[in-house]
Design a protein around this ligand. Sequence first.
Ligand SMILES: [Zn+2]
Length: 210
Amino acid sequence: MTEHTRQVYYYPNKMGRIVLQAMEEVISHAGLVAVLNLAHLPHRIEMLPPNNLERVFQFDELSQLLTTVQVLYGSRAGCGLALRTGRVCFKYGLREFGPLVGSTEMGFRLLPLEAKLRVGANLLVEVFNKYSDQQVHVEERGDAFLWHIDRCPVCWQRQATEPVCHLAVGVLQEALYWVSGGKYFNVEETHCIAKGDPRCTILIDKQVIE
Ligand SMILES: [Zn+2]
């Protein structure tokens, strides 16, 4: 085990709460109860993390939740459920974190699409880097944005042969949909720490899917 993986990192309670609420919306209350029991997190059934910014919700817990969804529903269906959970997370997250980073004050609607995507990506980076231990940076490469997660809670301590950060892909899909006023983009995780890459990278085509 490396120095890096022995560290304990956290999401703020508010983010943990959002993930659990989003998961419940997608897989139903009964589904969430089954996942929490199987993930050895039964205390969460009665008690969601409080709605505050204290960093108490461990990366381990998030990664355990998502691993359990895959185990319980199978890897194919589990992938779809994690994607949908990610999309709902963005909706709830926007309500909770949008005001903190001033997303409501930006003159978004007046900007050209590519500039909207750039501004939106930077706001989202700020949310993660400022309020959680998840570290993100964005790189722009011609016709694509590369969303690099340098420290990723979604695949924390996981090992896989394929990228597994579907939850993060879902968050970005919904963010793009919101920022662009209802357009779809190709979003794909190309690198993942779980399969031995140095960071998780999600590629976003700037070109809208027609
Ligand atoms: Zn990851």
